[in-house]
Design a protein around this ligand. Structure first.
Ligand code: BG6
Length: 477
C-alpha cells in the first residue's frame, strides 16, 4: 500500500504517570488517588482503601518502574522509530498534596531528565497534564473536582510546569478522557469523587448532578489554562482529549437512532463541543434538565470557556458500541457503554474490535470540527505468553495493522490527521483492572499481577512490526 500519511506525521506511543512510573513515594512525591486502588480483574473490581494497607497490593505503587528505567525505555521507543511520546506528569510529584506552597524540586527535575532524554532521541513529548489522578490529599479535603477550589490549584500546577518546561514541551493536553467525567465508573478516575469512600470501586455511587458539576469545573479549568498558555507561550499547542466511544444504532428503528444520537451527544460530543467551539452545545440545556442537573455556573465561567478553545483535537479509540431504545446484552468494555455487536470480535476483556469504526469516528470528528486531529490512544489489551524468550503477538500486530489502514483511509477521505500514539507501547498497569496481565505493549515487561518479576524488558514480535510501519510512514501497514 502506498503511504498516504503526510510527511512529518507523528508515530509513537502513549503512557500515563500513575500506570508507568512507579516510585510512588520517592523523592518527595505525595500519594496520588491511584495509589489507593488495589489490583482487580475483569470480573473483580479494584478496591479503594483510605489508608494504605501493608498487606495488600497496590499495583500503581511500582508501575513498571519507568522512574528508574526511563533511559532504557526511551531508547527502546527510539529504536522503534518513535517521533512522539505522550506521557503525563504526576501532579503529586510536583505538588505532593496539591495545595502546597512550593513545588517539589526533585519532581520537577525528574521530568527535566525525561524530556532531555526524549530530545536526545529526537522524540517530541506530548504531555497530558492530568491523566486519571490527583494528589490524594485533594480527594480527602475537597472531594476532587466536586470543589471549585480545584480550578485554582490546577491552574497553579499548570503555571509551574509551563514555566519549567517551556523550552522542552510544545504539545499539551489538559485532561485525559475528560468526557469520562460524566460517566459512572469513569468519574472515579477522571474527577476523583471518592472522598471518604472505601470498598470495591463498583460500589461507589455518584449522582449526575455531582458529575456534571465536577466536569464543569474541569472544563473551566481547562479553558483557563489553554488561554493562559496561548497568552504566555505562543509556541505551545494546546489540545483536548476524549474517549471516543463510537456507537451505532442497533437497528434502523428510528427510536434506536434517536437513542444513539442522544448517546453520541452525551458521551462523545458534549465535552469536545465545549473545548473546541468554546460554549456549551445547544442540546446541553435539555440534557441537564432530563438528567436532573442544575449546574452552578459562576459569572465569568462562560467567558472563560469561550476564550480557551483548543488548537487540536485528540481522542482515544479502542472499540465501538451498539445502542438501542430497548434492553441489549451489554459488553464489559470501556465502562460498559453499550451492547454487543454481532459483526465484531471482542478481546478477552470484552472490548469490541472495530477498525472500520476508527475511520467512521475520524470522519465524524473532522466533519464537525475541521481542526487537526490526533489518535492518542489505541490498542489491544491481551494476555501474552513468553516462549523461549519471544512473544509471538500476532493478534496485536493484526489489530495494529488494521487500525493503521483505517487511519490511512480516513486521511484519504480528507481528514487532517497529524499523529498516532499507541496506548502502552511498553506493558504497564491497566487503569480499569490494575492488572499486568492485560498487556498492550510492543515491549514485554517481566512484571506480574502478584507483584513479582524482574522488570526486565523484552521486544515482542509487534515491536518489529511497528518499527516497519513507522519506517515506511504507514505504508507497511
Ligand atoms: C484509556 C485510559 O481509557 O484506556 C488509559 O486513558 C487506560 O489510562 C487505557 O489504561 C486502557 O484501559 P485499561 O483499563 O485496559 O488499562
Amino acid at each position: 500500500m502506498a503511504t498516504t500519511f503526510p510527511e512529518g506525521f507523528f508515530w509513537g506511543g502513549a503512557t500515563a504517570a500513575n500506570q508507568f512510573e512507579g516510585a510512588w513515594n520517592v523523592d518527595g512525591r505525595g500519594a496520588s488517588v491511584d495509589d489507593h486502588f488495589t489490583g482487580g480483574t475483569v470480573d473483580r473490581p479494584r478496591e479503594i482503601t483510605r489508608a494504605i494497607d501493608p498487606d495488600r497490593l497496590y499495583p500503581n505503587h511500582d508501575g513498571i518502574d519507568f522512574y528508574h528505567r526511563y533511559e532504557e525505555d526511551i531508547a527502546l521507543l527510539a529504536e522503534m522509530g518513535f517521533s512522539m511520546l505522550r506521557l503525563s506528569i504526576s501532579w503529586s510529584r510536583i505538588y505532593p498534596n496539591g495545595d502546597d506552597a512550593e513545588p517539589n524540586e526533585a519532581g520537577l527535575a525528574f521530568y527535566d531528565r525525561v524530556f532531555d532524554c526524549c530530545q536526545a532521541h529526537g522524540i517530541e513529548p506530548m504531555v497530558t497534564i492530568s491523566h486519571y489522578e490527583m494528589p490524594y490529599h485533594l480527594v480527602e479535603k475537597y472531594n476532587g473536582w466536586a470543589s471549585r477550589e480545584l480550578i485554582g490549584l490546577f491552574e497553579r500546577f499548570c503555571h509551574a510546569i509551563f514555566e519549567r518546561y517551556q523550552d522542552k514541551v510544545q504539545w499539551w493536553l489538559t485532561f485525559n478522557e475528560i468526557n469520562a467525567g460524566a460517566l459512572g465508573m469513569g468519574s472515579m478516575l477522571s474527577t476523583s469523587l471518592i472522598q471518604g469512600f472505601e470498598g470495591p470501586a463498583s460500589a461507589l455511587t455518584t449522582t449526575l448532578q455531582e458529575r456534571y458539576q465536577a466536569l464543569h469545573h474541569q472544563l473551566v479549568a481547562s479553558a483557563r489554562v489553554v488561554r493562559y498558555a496561548h497568552e504566555h507561550y505562543p509556541c505551545f499547542k494546546m489540545g483536548d482529549m476524549n474517549i471516543f466511544a463510537l456507537s451505532y444504532a442497533a437497528t434502523c428503528d428510528p427510536a434506536d437512532e434517536l437513542a444513539n444520537q442522544a448517546m453520541m451527544r452525551r458521551v462523545n460530543w458534549y465535552c469536545s463541543d465545549v473545548q473546541v467551539r468554546g460554549a456549551y452545545p445547544s442540546y446541553a440545556r435539555r440534557l441537564w434538565e432530563r438528567s436532573g442537573v442544575d449546574l452552578s455556573i459562576e459569572p465569568g465561567d462562560l467567558d472563560d470557556l469561550g476564550a480557551g478553545t483548543v488548537d487540536f483535537y485528540t481522542c482515544s479509540y479502542y472499540m465501538s458500541n451498539v445502542i438501542a431504545a430497548h434492553e441489549l446484552e451489554q459488553t464489559k468494555g470501556n465502562m460498559g457503554l453499550g451492547g454487543v455487536n454481532p459483526y465484531l470480535e471482542q478481546t478477552e476483556w470484552g472490548w469490541q474490535i472495530d477498525p472500520v469504526g476508527l475511520r467512521v469516528a475520524l470522519n465524524q470528528i473532522y466533519d464537525r470540527y475541521q481542526i487537526p486531529l490526533f489518535v492518542v490512544e489505541n490498542g489491544m489489551g491481551a494476555h501474552d505468553e513468553v516462549v523461549d524468550g519471544r512473544v509471538h503477538d500476532d493478534y496485536r500486530i493484526s489489530y495494529l495493522k488494521k487500525h493503521v489502514r483505517a487511519m490511512a483511509e480516513a486521511v484519504d477521505d480528507g481528514v487532517d490527521l497529524r499523529g498516532y500514539t499507541w496506548w502502552g507501547p511498553i506493558d504497564l498497569v491497566s487503569a480499569s483492572t490494575g492488572e499486568m496481565r492485560k498487556r498492550y505493549g510492543f515491549v514485554y515487561v517481566d512484571k506480574h499481577d502478584d507483584g513479582s518479576g524482574t522488570n526486565e524488558r523484552l521486544r515482542k514480535d509487534s515491536f518489529y512490526a511497528y518499527q516497519k510501519i513507522i519506517e515506511s510512514n504507514g505504508a507497511e501497514g
